[in-house]
Design a protein around this ligand. Sequence first.
Ligand code: ATP
Ligand code: MG
Length: 398
Amino acid sequence: MNIKLPTEVRHILTTLEAAGFEAFVVGGCVRDMLRGITPKDWDVTTNALPHQVKSLFSRTFDTGIKHGTITVLQNRQPFEVTTYRVDGTYLDARRPESVTYTADIEDDLSRRDFTMNAIAYNPACGFSDPFDGRVDIKRKIIRCVGDPTQRFGEDALRMLRAIRFAGTLGFTIEADTLNAISAQKENLVRISAERVREELTRLLCGAYSQAIALLESTGLMPYVLQSRTYEGNLAETIRQIEKSPADEHLRLSLFFSRFESVEKVLRALRFDNKSVQAICLYVRLLPVPIPADRYAIKKYLYQMPAAYAQLFFENLLTLQEITQVSDPAHIARLRQISRNIHESCECYTLRSLAVNGKDLAALGIPPGKAMGDTLKSLLDAVMRDPTLNTKPTLLSRI
Ligand code: ATP
Ligand code: MG
């Protein structure tokens, strides 16, 4: 099979080769091409040393120079070019102590995590595939390069990567590799919460949600959850996640929907503030059926981040439909009312109220609690009756 490479990538490979070096595309991009999927980025591996790579291209960045990686800009797109390397000894199941450059592509491929990720290709030499990764891709198998116990011992994140790839690619984890995960699960405590979060999120957004169950069956779950057990019925949650759009916040909300303290676990996993707020709001509102009533819906919209209120509300309805909080006909009715509220530009925020703090101050109401309460009660009246939202009407009500 021939792989069609983008012009920029071919240029990088031929430039390195013309200077007397070897160069291959490698890793996820080769795997994805072999699966018939267009890669989202292209990585190049070469025996040229970083300073030699830099001398051959006009625009480069030292992004990962510690690990031998130079970013080469071609046609304004970044490509990572990494010198063949082997990882030094791993002291803490987390990061190699040092990296050593090597002259042999096969040494570089042997440090990689799974056979499907350890294939190199270039148009002149074809494939370098010493671990039969192409066969495993064909059979849809995730298998460690070398001895799984040793490889997970070196870097515990690989265990979670295996499960994430199972969830995103729909591949099966080979038995020895899977057993080694169960045996070494405790080592995941050495991996930073950020990296665990990243893999968990990608797993949850995968198209093959059944792989989520592997977190429980391998015993990795409590380590993923930063020393907590899963709260809720995981099998049922997985069925719900399968029905959800592949949106991070929606799927995380379903995954954590039965947690007593959602915010604590999200913070422990170092989620950003915006995500914590969104997920906590969804989880809090999820179990409560919403009446098909304009005023009640505006009260909901008011609680949501103003810029995305309608999207938030529609997402909440999607979640309620999936978890069967209300029947589909009721959800459809709620969707229709909320769209109608937006189309008719009905006010449910203080910003779109026809009077503001300045107007009240002009009437002698001092800024502070009294002013806030007055504005809120005017907003409440306007939410019940949109025709009241004119300055004269509202001022006359004060
Ligand atoms: P994707 O980008 O779709 O997640 P990928 O395979 O490109 O998949 P990256 O994290 O971008 O994954 O890594 C690029 C390559 O580097 C991998 O294909 C693999 O060969 C190697 N690699 C990445 N992480 C590890 C690791 N923890 N241990 C060993 N090799 C790794
Ligand atoms: Mg990648």
